[in-house]
Write a protein that binds this ligand. Structure first.
Ligand SMILES: [Zn+2]
Length: 302
């Protein structure tokens, strides 16, 4: 059997070739398009995943930032608290330092120096001042005597006596520190001369004497030469009444006091601070509360 090969004309060939080329083109296009679509789909999917991851990351970062801010705020609060604590501690340290200084200073000041001596509270017979200074003879009514006063008080007394002298006032020292034994002897002499009753009125019992402290001074004038009530009529007394407080001296037993007989010649050193306050308030030493007086002890020698 002979196979008959169809005879194609040139036109047929062109049509066939064109048709084949067309189908190949279609197929290729379809393949290409499908590939593109898949790729697009994959890309979209990848993009969605990336976006989601990115969003998550952003959210996490935002949370971290918020935490961080909060932490900073907390730290800032903590810092502020710590600074406040530091300031408070520093204040407390200064307060304590002041307290320690005051207490240290107080240990160096004899508490007896501002005590009130009365019939119920008196100085021990063994009491002796820490250190005594001799008063220059030019200030004494009797230059042959050796009169002493507590060290630390003498500078105030000398300043006062020099200023009185500069003001043209004749102010002289009659007596200063007296020991217990001396006071006892003096009392016995008074008793012999005036009798016990009268002697008790104008010479303190040995233990009660402010003179044993070394802070009390009896004043007089060249004309008077002794402890007289008329001392209050002298220019020396007037000057003392006006100025003594500036040097820390006060009159222990003023006129009309309820604690002892009037002694215009007898002045006691209590420190400038207390003397000034007593002067400003018009108060007497023996009228004050002992606790109020003791507040001034730390400033006694200032
Ligand atoms: Zn006296």
């Amino acid at each position: 059997m002979k196979i008959k090969i169809p005879h194609f004309t040139t036109k047929d060939k062109i049509i066939i070739t064109g048709t084949i080329a067309f189908f190949i083109g279609i197929n290729y296009w379809a393949y290409y398009t499908t590939n593109l679509y898949t790729e697009l789909k994959d890309t979209r999917s990848e993009f969605a995943v990336s976006t989601s991851t990115l969003n998550t990351t952003i959210k996490e970062l935002e949370e971290k930032l918020a935490d961080s801010k909060k932490e900073n705020e907390n730290l800032s609060d903590v810092l502020s608290d710590e600074q406040k604590k530091t300031v408070e501690l520093e204040r407390e340290r200064r307060r304590n330092e002041k307290k320690i200084n005051t207490l240290t200073k107080l240990t160096t000041i004899d508490p007896e120096l501002l005590k009130k001596y009365s019939k119920v509270y008196f100085l021990s017979e063994n009491y002796v001042p820490a250190k005594l200074d001799t008063i220059g003879t030019n200030f004494l009514v009797d230059p042959t005597k050796d009169i002493q006063i507590l060290d630390g008080v003498s500078s105030y007394l000398i300043d006062m006596l020099e200023d009185a002298k500069r003001a043209g006032v004749d102010l002289k020292v009659l007596s200063g520190y007296r020991s217990f034994d001396y006071q006892k002897t003096l009392k016995s002499q008074y008793k012999v001369v005036y009798g016990a009753g009268t002697a008790n009125q104008f010479s303190a019992e040995q233990g009660y004497s402010e003179h044993q402290l070394g802070t009390a001074v009896d004043f007089t004038t060249t004309a008077l030469r002794s402890a007289e009530t008329t001392f209050d009529q002298t220019a020396a007394y007037a000057w003392l009444a006006k100025n003594a407080y500036k040097y820390g001296f006060i009159i222990s037993y003023p006129k009309g006091n309820l604690y002892y007989q009037y002694e215009p010649w007898h002045w006691r050193f209590v420190g400038v601070d207390l003397a000034e306050d007593m002067h400003d308030d018009g108060k007497q030493f023996y009228e004050l509360d002992q606790r109020d007086i003791d507040e001034y002890l730390v400033k006694f020698f200032d």
